[in-house]
Design a protein around this ligand. Structure first.
Ligand code: ADP
Length: 172
């Protein structure tokens, strides 16, 4: 009887621990990075990606996309009433771009820090925009600005089957 109870208890414990581990995996923080047309044209994708890999952020999804006005209106909804919105659409849809989901602890804030401020001319040296960007418009990459924003952007650009969670990593 005692043995059977112990067995049931151990099974229950294993189940709870398994669920907890899975939950932890589900909540791994993610951010969206878009390599803008200037990064594509100037061949900066590799150099920028290397910076993220050196920080040990993991690629959970990556693909090329041709962005159109409809998706850009959603993505830049906070800017649609600005006089330069037409220029953003023209620039961001001028060539295909690489869109990527990175994951890791505190990835949203750290990638924003690595990116630098919007205007490349004002961005600090050592940041991506400070090192490679030209101005406010040609600033190399987009990076999500909050955890909630990142979740919406992941859903905007990726289907669930295009994402590969941590457990499928070859290093495990
Ligand atoms: P960030 O990309 O730094 O999060 P915003 O969300 O304010 O900045 O703006 C989104 C993008 O819109 C910028 O990265 C830039 O490409 C473009 N943009 C913002 N402000 C301007 C501007 N004054 N002139 C031209 N493009 C701009």
């Amino acid at each position: 009887m005692m043995k059977r109870l112990l067995c049931i208890f151990s099974l229950g414990l294993a189940l709870v621990l398994g669920c907890l581990a899975e939950q932890e995996e589900e909540f791994m923080e993610q951010t969206v990075v878009i390599f803008k047309p200037d990064a594509m044209a100037q061949g900066r994708v590799g150099a920028i990606l290397q910076r993220f890999e050196e920080m040990h952020f993991r690629i959970a999804g990556i693909k090329m996309m041709q962005l159109d006005e409809a998706i850009l209106r959603k993505h830049y909804s906070h800017l649609t009433d600005k006089p330069f919105f037409g220029d953003i659409v023209e620039f961001m849809s001028s060539t295909p771009v690489v869109v990527m989901v990175l994951e890791g602890d505190n990835v949203v804030e750290e990638v924003r820090e690595m990116t630098g401020v919007t205007d490349s001319k004002l961005a600090a040296k050592g940041t991506i925009r400070g090192d490679f960007g030209r101005d406010k418009s040609q600033n190399m990459i987009h990076a999500s600005d909050s955890v909630e924003g990142a979740q919406a952007e992941v859903a905007r650009f990726f289907k669930p089957k295009e994402l590969f969670p941590n457990k499928s990593s070859l290093t495990e």
